[in-house]
Ligand binder design. Sequence first.
Ligand code: 9GP
Length: 807
Amino acid sequence: MNKTEFKQSFSQRLAEKFAMGVADASPNELYQTLGSLMTSTYSQDWQQTWTDYREAEQKQVYYFSIEFLPGKLLKSNLLNMGWLDMVTEGLAELGINLDDLAEVEPDMALGNGGLGRLASCFMDSIASMGLPGNGNGIRYEYGLFKQHFVDNYQVELPDKWLQKGNLWEIRKESKAVDVRLGGKVFMSDNDSGNLIPNYQGGVVLRAVPYDTGMVGYQNAIVNTMRLWSVEIPPEEEENYRSIEDRRTVEDLTSVLYPDDTSEDGRKLRLSQEYFFVSAGVQSILRYYKQLNRSIDTINRFIAIHINDTHPAMCVAEFMRLLVDDEQLSWERAWNLTKEVMSYTNHTIMAEALEKWPISMMGSVCPRIYQIIEEIDRRFVEEMTGVHDFDLIQRTRIIQDGQVHMAHLAIIGSHSTNGVAKLHSDLLKSVVLHDFYLLYPTRFNNKTNGIAMRRWSQLANPALSNVLDKTIGHLWREQPNDLRLLLNYVEDDRVLAALAEAKLENKKHLSTYIHEHCGIKVNPQAIFDVQIKRLHAYKRQLLNLLHIMKLYLDLKENPDLPMEPRVFIFGAKAAPSYHYAKSIIKVINEAANLINHDPMIKDKLKVIFLENYNVSLAERIIPAADVSEQISLASKEASGTSNMKLMLNGAVTIATLDGANIEIRDAVGEENIAIFGLTETEVYQYYENKNYSSLSIYQDSPIVQRVVKTLIDGTIPNIVAEGYEIFDSLIKYNDEFFVLRDFEDYCLAQESVNKAYQNKRHWSQISLRNIAHAGRFSSDDTVQRYAEDIWQIEPVFAHKNDRGVEHD
Ligand code: 9GP
């Protein structure tokens, strides 16, 4: 479609849909019109992609994830369709600003953070690499809560993202499946002497899929992200007369991560997990049976990926369908299951490695529990005599009345991977060491990656223009081409252009900050950014303590030679995570104090932006000078904001944790500020049990001075929170070694301050960071998954009527 045709089609579609012309239409009506024009255009490719996969009997991967965080799709779909420039211009000629339409789109936030965003980067990359892959998840009616600050406290409001409808999704009633929850199950012989389950009680619910096209980058491939929503089957309607009964059903896919502080919340969570697992696996088998292939070859056509432990029941559900429905022997079914399944671990934090009480699992999905018991029994039988008793007891699935989901995922699959080199090594040597002894060949590393298109081309047009002018356009398709930028590290014009692009982005962000926080910040200051979930191990507190040090230094000496700094935070705390919410309160109060202290002037500002989400990340990241990646070494599995910020030219202050290590290896020591304990030193403290935050506190006047601001009234309105945090550091021995790393962190900060004073040198460091970011493209990451784990290949060439060909 050319621009003239687009304008015609757009106006015609607007008239058909809303019976009005451009002048009368609201941004939402214009957005709906554009979206519908886009979906009707790519739906041909979507159908064709699917037909190609089926006809060629391509092996496909199904990526099961309880979280997806796509953010907004309008611009990214336009970019991938090859329409972005044409539509931007065409709309402008009609007097419409594309950005105004993009504003209207709700930010699709069906995830909490890194895990969900990674899943969405993968969806983009899988399609863009022409790989046959599908997402499988839950269509939550309410996404991640909206964060507001009231009296500087976090307050959570519901995210009604579906209120105005969702134009990207298609409800596919014909693809619905039934999922059974609760009740009891007894096994008995059928007429042919096979064991079959007899179900008593419980409920049968309808899982209805809503499919969203995952548009590949200018390759005419459109894959599917399938999200399941619960409905009452029409034939069951009469059993759900009361509003309360209906609400119990609807709750199943209503909210993301229901509060798991209560028994009911946890049960609901487990039900959600089984619901989307069962629906997804059933629909895969239904598809496979249409191919008319023997069930024995299913591993050659289907791969199922278990993203974190939440979908680990895929193992048991797949077994259920093969054994109960297809009547395969246990052994045949088990071999197939292991070949089909693979698992990624995303954290070493014990709280995220799920365990479910056997009583709860027995009541939510009794047949699945029986199957897990049998997997566990056979595991113990198989290992007995081969490995020692204690090792078997430590690795079995059912222990102390609980089902260990990570154990199920590892035992029932052929591949377990971590998400950065250090993390994968720690899995082998510490966290999952016992399993590594049992299955050494199953373990591998797949360092995370990011969808470069969203985080550079879409988020940062100013930088993209400089790159186009300097190294040509090819980097847009081949991010490794960013290395060409290294040829310009001494080129003053390029360095100045990069600095100018950064300043432009900082001005935009300053305007946003002024509009949303009422604070004026100086775009010439260092924009120092920490954006991620609020968690003690991520150590936003360390950042705050350093800010307080700067504040006290400035109060003592207002003429202190320092580059002005704006510290920017974006973070949501889990609603039931009290300590994290206290940290938010304290940062907000400190910000209020510092931002309004006339002595500090422009030298220091602290901005905590409300409601951090994908769209806000797209605003903040291009404007960042400094990227804070300061988790305690060994605790952050990978991190991905570190990659996004580096791609946008920010200089990283980092501990040697997660993917920071690979970033350091890529850019070299001189282009990153590393500080803090190494993972080995952290583990030495654990082994020797000799960490004492109190001694550090007593021995270091700086630490004392700064930590005391939590309780001595320096920061107002934080009596309870201040003591809570103070106690966590001093009385409870500082779980994440904040005080141990504090002085080293201050030195790293000082080195950044110094480096920024020489603008040319700073731009050179920034350039090197951009130039080396290409290796963190999720296109490469999914390619490695495809080759090593899923064994899937790109689809064959086909041409659509837009003339786009995939080869
Ligand atoms: O905490 C990890 C984060 O380090 C990683 O980048 C991300 C994607 O792999 O996963 C996060 N883990 C979770 O959100 C829960 O396991």
